[in-house]
Design a binder for this molecule. Structure first.
Ligand code: ZN
Length: 243
């Protein structure tokens, strides 16, 4: 059983009735509820919970952390960000959604500004699958189409992804690297673009499928961690003689 924690800033839901109507249980609640269909153990955590809901206990038992944030990236405690980073390097999977591109944890792990172009104008979005054999797009056709979404455009200031899984096209003409994987230490990271709070994107079956697949892909590998430091030889090293 994979243990997933869905973390959401949960601020738009408090301030904006449009968002509350689309996600009455919050974005975290919507994501948790479709993940539960998949035999996954799901917890949710939000910014305003003590320690943002990411206590040592929770972090140490989380296999995959999903992150949605936008308005309040700066309010996330640096000490918590450090702990999340440490867990990712130790093997915890991390899925960064939409405006999480500007979260402290994503920027720290990428080492770049993670900046991009954006526009809220009801653009149609078509996410083309450019790595069709990747497990994250199992069950998905040539593309996913979203009737209305916020536009994110290149240039997206990220390091070159280990694997680029999806490229978005927007009605206004821009393109964007929408599905990117990275490995950092023992951990696997997936950035997935769609999910602006005023659109029902997380109710879309194909978007849900991608997130479910990503959980399965990002869960920690079933192997022991590498050993570092001073090492005894595996073989007897022959004495070198001066000739
Ligand atoms: Zn947005």
């Amino acid at each position: 059983m994979v243990n997933v924690t869905v973390w959401n800033e949960n601020r738009h839901e408090q301030k904006n009735p449009v968002v509350r109507d689309i996600y009455p249980e919050g974005i975290h609640g919507a994501i948790a509820s479709f993940l539960k269909e998949d035999q996954v153990e799901v917890k949710t955590a939000t910014l305003d919970d003590p320690e943002h809901g990411l206590t040592d206990d929770i972090l140490n038992t989380t296999d995959v952390l999903i992150w949605w944030g936008h308005l309040a990236h700066d309010e996330v405690d640096d000490a918590i960000v450090d702990k999340v980073k440490e867990r990712v390097l130790d093997g915890m999977g991390l899925i960064i959604l939409h405006s999480g591109h500007f979260s402290k944890i994503f920027k720290t792990l990428m080492g770049t500004t993670c900046d991009l172009k954006w526009r809220e104008a009801d653009d149609k979005e078509r996410l083309w699958i450019v790595e069709p054999s990747h497990p994250i797009v199992d069950g998905i056709g040539e593309y996913i189409e979203l009737e209305k979404e916020e536009m994110y455009g290149e240039h997206f200031d990220i390091p070159a992804p280990d694997q680029l899984i999806m490229m978005s096209w927007f009605e206004g003409g821009e393109v964007f690297r929408s599905g990117c994987t990275y490995q950092r230490g023992n951990g696997k990271i997936f950035y997935f673009r769609p999910g602006h709070e005023t659109y029902p994107t997380y109710h879309n079956d194909e978007i849900q499928r991608v997130i479910k697949n990503a959980v399965n892909w990002a869960k920690p590998a079933d192997r022991s961690r590498p050993v570092y430091g001073n090492a005894k030889p595996l073989e007897t090293i022959k004495e070198k003689t001066d000739s």
